[in-house]
Design a binder for this molecule. Structure first.
Ligand code: PA5
Length: 469
């Protein structure tokens, strides 16, 4: 039975009373932002389910899709040893984050009887060494490949598809199509055409759901179900958070308050957002957050066409590992960051620290405690050090890491991103910078229709050897 406990957003250390007058905010600042907060809230409310905000409806509008996913995943679990996602960006980071959060941390190394699900790989790059390394450890004949691309034309994903489909065709002949599931747009792109030709099982990414907001649709739900994750609880967690964030009063709406505080922080020059979970299971949640936050909020122009060049650079860190790497910078470097700590009240394991050094008090103090107490103390210590040095920080408390809390957490970040975009008065849901890179790749590799772009690239100033030493 999955525990359903609300996550808590603690913003004490964003406030002047705690972090000091120079950096922190006051209740007066929050009250003074009442009008812009109302506007941001209303904009997100009005946008729900419209345009590129189709993702707001995903917690509740997928009954049939969920049944299909559960039935499909059951067959995959029964018939395949490995499940490989081919995708990149929003088509990869969510599945990776949920896998890391909710499966055994060494899932693929466990014996099959303990794993109870296929081995899981997400190929989100086109490094040739990585492709060969994957092929060294899987048997394609016993592997299901889930090709995920909303646009159906992303070079990286289509390259992977071409390589894998050739291997499958060579090994299985016509039967190769039963080893590929396509998750893509129903109406646009090339993957849907290929899927129809080849007869692949398909799942659709709704038009109003962009890559980085797609974890709650089949992009995330199919891999999760194959792994044995309870997607109904995951969606219920998202809905639970959504209901909490339907209140216009920021003091009662965690995502709205979190967005307002980041917006105020940005206005005072805090252009870096550090995401630092104190749990290995949440390490890749920080990667997923980085894409969501960076790609959604990093924009050159606002909705009126003014040049604004806004955004906060997201940085991922891991507690406690990065206490021995980044935290020196966070506590003593420039006042340009907001650090978000994520802590877990109840880890799924408890490990005692045994006796063993009674004659060395400087080691012996650890004995009799648990690793759980140690990691918790270290999170508290980092929070203290940041606050003491006047560095803005906030903390998200998870009672447990489970499907319900992950649904809450991911939906919290999606809503916070949408509200922050509304505060910044930008298009949160486009990604012209990413498209520019995709188009340049097409041009460089000679795709038809990109001749003008190729000319533009070829006419750019050539590099000089003088600056290469
Ligand atoms: O958030 C986004 O839209 C992007 O990061 C995409 O997810 C990424 O570029 C991959 O695109 P696609 O799913 O179309 O292959």
């Amino acid at each position: 039975m999955i525990k359903k406990v609300p996550i808590r957003f603690d913003y004490n250390n964003m406030m002047a009373d705690y972090v000091g007058d120079c950096q922190g905010f006051t209740d007066k600042d929050i009250a003074a932002a009442k009008a812009i907060t109302k506007k941001a809230f209303e904009e997100v409310k009005a946008g729900r389910g419209q345009g590129m905000m189709g993702w707001t409806e995903l917690p509740t509008n997928q009954k049939e899709v969920v049944s299909d996913i559960i039935a499909t995943a059951k067959e995959v679990r029964k018939n395949f040893d490995s499940f490989v996602v081919l995708g990149i960006g929003g088509s990869a980071l969510g599945p990776m984050a949920l896998f890391q959060a909710l499966c055994h941390l060494h899932h693929n190394e466990l014996p099959k009887s303990k794993r109870k699900a296929p081995k899981f790989y997400v190929e989100d790059n086109v490094d040739p060494e990585r492709m060969v390394a994957l092929l060294d450890v899987i048997d394609p004949k016993k592997t299901m490949f889930n090709v995920i691309t909303k646009s159906g034309s992303t070079s990286e994903t289509m390259t992977q598809y071409l390589i894998i489909s050739k291997i499958l065709k060579d090994a299985l002949g016509k039967d190769f199509s039963s080893h590929v599931i396509a998750t893509t747009s129903e109406s646009k792109g090339n993957l849907i055409k290929i899927a129809k030709q080849e007869g692949f099982k398909t799942f659709f990414i709704p038009d109003g759901v962009g890559g980085r907001f797609s974890e709650l649709c089949p992009v995330g739900l199919l891999p999760a179900t194959v792994l044995g994750i309870d997607i109904k609880a995951f969606l219920a967690g998202a809905k639970f958070m959504d209901d909490r964030c339907k209140k216009p009063d920021a003091t009662k709406n965690p995502a709205l308050m979190a967005a307002l505080l980041q917006f105020l922080a940005m206005k005072s020059g805090k252009n870096i957002s550090v995401m630092m979970p104190y749990a290995d299971s949440l390490k890749l949640m920080a990667d997923w957050y980085c894409q969501l936050w960076g790609e959604s909020l990093g924009k050159a122009i606002d909705l009126d066409g003014n040049k604004v060049f806004v955004g906060q650079t997201p940085v991922k860190a891991l507690g406690v590992t990065d206490q021995h790497s980044q935290v020196q910078l966070y506590t003593e470097g420039p006042f340009d960051k907001v650090v978000t700590l994520i802590s877990v009240d109840n880890y799924r394991e408890t490990v005692s620290i045994p006796d063993g050094c009674a004659d060395i008090p400087a080691v012996n103090f650890l004995c009799g405690h648990t690793m759980n107490e140690l990691i918790d103390a270290e999170c508290n210590a980092t929070e203290y050090a940041l606050t003491r040095s006047g560095r803005l920080n906030n903390r998200i408390y998870l009672n447990d890491v489970n499907a319900f809390s992950m649904g809450q957490l991911m939906f919290f970040f999606m809503l916070q991103t949408a509200y922050t975009g509304a505060f910044l008065h930008i298009d949160t849901f486009n990604q012209p910078g990413v498209e520019e890179g995709k188009n340049a790749t097409y041009a460089l590799l000679g795709r038809a229709g990109y001749e003008e772009k190729a000319k533009e690239l070829n006419s750019k100033k050539k590099k000089t050897d003088n600056y290469i030493i």
